[in-house]
Design a protein around this ligand. Structure first.
Ligand code: EPZ
Length: 417
């Protein structure tokens, strides 16, 4: 397994281009299932999860082109086998988003239940409930969802919890259902809006994406389209948190500043000087950050995917921070690793009390999930001496060439095979 070796203590300096958003690219790739014409995507990040989604679609008979400099073309001329098997689904829960489009396109699907995940139980009951409301029969057997629907019908669906991929799965399905679907208590994440924009380019009739009520009028068929994936707001926020912790001055280009307002606000509170334009942000930090407390919430609240990175920054801040995680039940695993670097963190249920220390000491630590790995990188940038991060395949799932981007900012970092 690859490791990352970071020598901390140097401020970041320079300019880096943000990649396309993983959590927009994945549902948008599933949209290719809804038409027999080509879906031509740009700004697609080179990530393990994108490759996995490509494999899952290719196994169904979708023509998946080679990724070339952000460009990716998909074409589901016909769907030979509407199945997503356990071997691939267990490595990436977002695979469950093929269920809605397969039912809409070919009336049947066999998709493995995602199974467990480090950060929480992450059930898919809302995905199932919504599709059943549209007329799908879904039988759970031998770890699979066996789904069928002669023709999906529009329905009014009130989601019990705000779920991002649940909203996206149902949005995908509703575009080809007969009649009108109302998704209430829908997720408002920018990635949901990006998916809706792509679907509209394909001919879907969608109103209200980005609000808590999405209105979809089903159409008979959808055509191919060209779509540019939005910038990754979590990668952007991760770099900002790195500057906050390690200091320096960095310009991020190819970004979408408005999509990470809650993170920018928190980092300004911590003392980072941040300016922004249409597609760029610049962050400058000297001295230690101030502690900032936060509570994660669905968009536009503070993103749970930024919680670990802000915890890392708080480890070296001046003061005490209270971090409350309300979305997932086990998303503090990074705290145990940060403590190995000398962090002072007390966990009480879903709240972590972080008391800033003057210095972290480099050590060997282990990545446990995607954003936990990012928080260990942030801590390694500021820790004294060498930090060796193990199991960085977690990182490779969601960050495109992170070590290259960081060394471009003057960081001493190397991947150890
Ligand atoms: C998406 O996951 C993201 N993944 C996650 O990013 C992100 O952390 C999460 O949204 C929250 O923002 C993708 O978009 C591919 P949820 P998702 O359904 O959709 C409960 C990353 O780091 N729930 O919004 O799986 C669930 O247990 C990843 O890039 C149900 O109870 O998350 C959780 O407590 C990690 N029933 C809450 O809702 C359901 O049917 C929010 O989960 C679905 C969800």
């Amino acid at each position: 397994m690859d490791k990352l070796l970071i020598t901390g203590g140097r401020p970041l300096a320079g300019e880096v281009r943000v990649s396309g958003a993983k959590n927009a690219a994945l549902p948008i790739m599933c949209a290719a299932l809804l038409t027999e014409q080509s879906l031509r995507l740009d700004n697609v990040p080179r990530l393990m999860d994108v490759r996995t989604m490509g494999k899952i679609l290719a196994l169904m008979g979708v023509e998946v082109g080679a990724q070339d400099n952000g460009h990716l073309e998909l074409r589901a001329r016909e769907i030979k086998d509407p199945t997503a098997g356990y071997e691939l689904v267990k490595t990436m829960r977002a695979s469950v988003m093929v269920l809605g489009p397969l039912l809409a396109r070919c009336g049947r699907a066999k998709v493995s239940l995602p199974g467990g995940c480090g950060i929480g139980a992450r059930p898919v009951d809302q995905h199932i409930k919504g599709l059943q409301a549209m007329g799908a029969e879904i039988v759970l057997e031998h770890g699979y969802m066996n789904a069928s629907a002669k023709k999906l019908k529009g329905a009014r669906i009130v989601m019990d919890v705000v779920t991002v991929t649940g909203t996206e799965n149902l949005l995908l399905a509703a575009t080809l259902a007969e009649g009108v679907t109302l998704l209430e208590n829908a997720a408002r994440e920018p990635e949901v809006v990006d998916l809706a924009n792509c679907l509209k380019a394909m001919g879907a009739k969608i109103e209200g994406a980005g609000t808590q009520t999405i209105h979809i009028e089903g159409v008979r068929t959808l055509s191919g389209a060209a779509h540019r994936v939005m910038p990754d707001r979590i990668e952007t926020g991760t770099f900002l948190a790195a500057v906050a912790a390690a200091g320096g001055k960095v310009k991020l280009t190819g970004a979408a500043p408005d999509s990470l307002a809650s993170t920018v606000e928190k980092l300004k509170e911590a003392g980072v000087k941040i300016t922004a334009g249409g597609d760029w942000l610049e962050a400058e930090m000297t001295g230690r950050p101030r502690s900032v407390s936060l509570t994660t919430a669905p968009y536009p609240g503070f993103a749970t995917d930024m919680q670990a990175q802000l915890m890392a920054m708080n480890c070296v801040a001046k003061g005490k921070a209270e971090i409350t995680e309300t979305i997932f039940e086990n998303r503090f695993m990074h705290a145990l690793e940060l403590q190995r670097l000398g962090a002072d963190i007390q966990i009480h249920g879903n709240t972590a009390m972080v008391t800033g220390v003057d210095k972290l000491q480099g050590a060997t630590v282990m990545a446990t999930d995607l954003r936990a790995s990012a928080s260990l990188v942030v801590a390694g940038l500021v820790a004294q001496g060498e930090t060796l991060i193990d199991r960085i395949y977690h990182l490779d799932r969601g960050y495109e060439s992170l070590e290259k981007k960081l060394s471009g900012l003057g960081v001493r970092i190397a991947r150890i095979k």
